[in-house]
Design a protein around this ligand. Structure first.
Ligand code: SF4
Length: 206
């Protein structure tokens, strides 16, 4: 359970960076909040995330009428490219991330970078959903988490075999199996209403 002092510190630190933090006891509550916030008439892009898969958010939003662009539902590579591009200009974007710091950083490690591109610019509103396992004390710890925990687990999930899977840490490989080409730190937002961080009080994703 995330203790109240950490919650308060995160709320304060992220607010200074124009990012609103909300805490939820379970994924279902976070899912309901997302449905309340996003009008049915708006388009929604989805970033690849195990947490969002667990939430089943693409299906929930599509079935109530939102136009959803989720590349993980693509039928083939061409379709995937189209969905990724459409998601970049959607009204809302929902994503996970790999680590956040209590200091207020959001740290992402990505393969092609479509997820971080949409988080940074394009969609008018962004919601980032994480489990409490993604909370780190400092920026440095968040970067270490992204490289040494998230990247190897995501590589394995996607069927790649870079050396970090065996080594259980990043060795900055130049392997053909390399999965991470973009290490992106979001330090804040210019528009204070654009980005929201939803923290669920359970462990989810990598
Ligand atoms: S650079 Fe290579 S070793 Fe490091 S996390 Fe990425 S894939 Fe793994």
């Amino acid at each position: 359970m995330v203790n109240q002092n950490i919650k308060n510190e995160m709320i304060r630190n992220f607010k200074r960076r124009n990012i609103e933090v909300s805490f939820f006891t379970c994924l279902k509550d976070a899912c309901e909040k997302i449905q309340q916030l996003i009008p049915i008439s708006k388009t929604v892009g989805i970033g690849n995330s195990q947490t969002l898969k667990d939430m089943d958010i693409s299906k929930i939003l599509s079935s109530r009428g939102n136009k959803v662009f989720d590349k993980t539902l693509a039928q083939n590579k061409e379709d995937s490219i189209k969905l990724k591009k459409k998601a970049l200009l959607s009204n809302w974007y929902i994503s996970g991330t790999n680590a956040v710091s209590i200091e207020g950083h959001i740290v992402n490690i990505d393969h092609s970078g479509n997820r971080v591109a949409a988080m940074i610019y394009g969609p008018d509103n962004v919601i980032i959903v994480i489990g409490k396992n993604k909370i780190c004390n400092t920026l440095d710890e968040a970067i270490q988490r992204a490289k040494n925990i998230s990247a190897p687990l995501n590589a394995k999930r996607a069927g790649y075999n870079p050396p970090c899977i065996k080594e259980k840490r990043c060795v900055d490989c130049k392997s053909k199996e390399r999965v991470c080409f973009n290490l992106v730190i979001i330090e804040g937002q210019h528009d204070k209403n654009r980005m929201k961080l939803f923290v669920v009080d359970e462990d989810f994703g990598f």
